[in-house]
Design a protein around this ligand. Structure first.
Ligand code: SF4
Length: 368
């Protein structure tokens, strides 16, 4: 069998399997560029079980690229909550604004054009171009990397950029010319459901007869583990400024550090807490309460042990004391007041939600 026939055999067998076994996902019903774009960005690093309901709600609330381009930050945050990695939502919106402002709302029509959209990388461009425009361009994510590295029995360096280029070249060499979009989805689906990280279901695999790792009995070695950075332990304090008479809480968009570009409580180190205490010494209207209890949270390579501090504003005569305090500490600006009862609905990160839970669970300790 020549090389070309063999490549076709990969595609043929994979697509025959996909036609029988693919999962009926909402965005696969009718191909729509906007839906494909949104769902692919949502699916990166998030499981389909979480994505499916969020996707349906997202496209219901923001049915067009114009709606996405003009939606306010609050709405976007709410629609994205639970999906994590909020930077992806911001990039999606940036892309929508670009399409509306520079392309008059017309979607790019090819892989290379999609690569020019802010926030759109190789993977997203390949998915959209292959599914929506039948362009023969392979997409490479973690699932595809795993499948290809097993087909070729690659047990070394597949995660570096040169390793990823090898994976991409191979995927491009076997992609179906007739059904490139289905081929890409089939590769990802095979990786997710059959060629699993551990205990791949090789006996159910349509590519078994061409898989070198299966033949050599080394599937567990391919691909090699991603090089891991050790997690670092971090102590972090969340600052809850609570205007007791009106039962409102100050929130702001964090501009740097952990969870930058998300709205929530100011986060600070132990050293910065000392600055808070110093700043409060001369401000009688503001009282500091250190909440009992703690929370833990993991953010990319950081193991956070967190505590919360409440600055209780006892008089409501004016906002000046809080504004002054906020400014002196260099806390993120602007801040705004949210009713305590509604606070959970305004937060998008799970860390902030843990802080609120701690606050509400211990409210009786300091409400007098
Ligand atoms: Fe993966 Fe096994 Fe199929 Fe090889 S035979 S591609 S290891 S599921």
């Amino acid at each position: 069998m020549d090389e070309c026939q063999s490549a076709n055999q990969y595609a043929r067998e994979l697509l025959a399997w996909y036609d029988k076994h693919h999962r009926p996902l909402p965005w696969r019903q009718n191909i729509n560029i906007y839906h494909t774009w949104v769902c692919e960005v949502m699916s990166q690093q998030t499981t389909l079980a979480v994505v499916i309901p969020k996707f349906s709600e997202f496209v219901k609330q923001l049915p067009t690229v114009y709606d996405l381009a003009t939606c306010d930050e609050d709405t976007l945050r709410q629609l994205w909550s639970g999906l994590g990695y909020y930077a992806r939502a911001r990039n999606l919106k940036k892309g929508a604004v670009f399409i509306v402002e520079h392309l008059k709302g017309r979607f790019p029509q090819s892989y290379n054009e999609w690569l020019k959209i802010p926030g759109c990388g190789l993977y997203t461009a390949a998915v959209i171009a292959s599914i929506c425009f039948h362009e023969k361009v392979a997409c490479v994510d973690g699932n595809v990397t795993r499948v290809v590295s097993r087909l070729l029995a690659l047990s070394k360096d597949v995660w570096s950029s040169s390793g990823q280029a090898v994976i991409r070249d191979f995927a491009n060499s076997i992609i179906s010319a007739e059904r490139p979009g289905d081929f890409n989805q089939a590769m990802m689906e095979l990786g997710a459901t059959v060629c699993r990280k551990t205990k791949p279901l090789c006996l159910l695999c349509p590519l078994r007869s061409q898989c070198l790792a299966f033949e050599k009995n080394c599937t567990e070695l391919c691909p090699p583990q991603k090089p891991r950075r050790d997690a670092v332990d971090v102590e972090l304090f969340a600052l809850i400024v609570w205007r007791k008479p009106t039962d409102t809480i100050a929130l702001a968009e964090r501009t740097k550090g952990f969870l930058a570009n998300t709205v929530g409580f100011p986060l600070m180190s132990k050293l910065e807490v000392l600055e808070v205490k110093t700043a409060l010494k001369s401000r009688e209207q503001l009282q500091l309460v250190e909440l009992p209890g703690a929370f833990t949270h993991n953010i990319t390579h950081h193991r956070i042990s967190g505590k919360a501090l409440v600055v209780r504003v006892v008089e409501d005569s004016n906002n000046a004391a809080v504004e002054d305090f906020w400014q002196i500490l260099g806390l993120p600006q602007p801040f705004y007041w949210i009713a305590n009862q509604a606070i959970a609905t305004k937060l998008s990160t799970s860390l902030d939600k843990k802080v609120v839970k701690l606050f509400h669970n211990t409210l009786s300790c300091y409400a007098q």
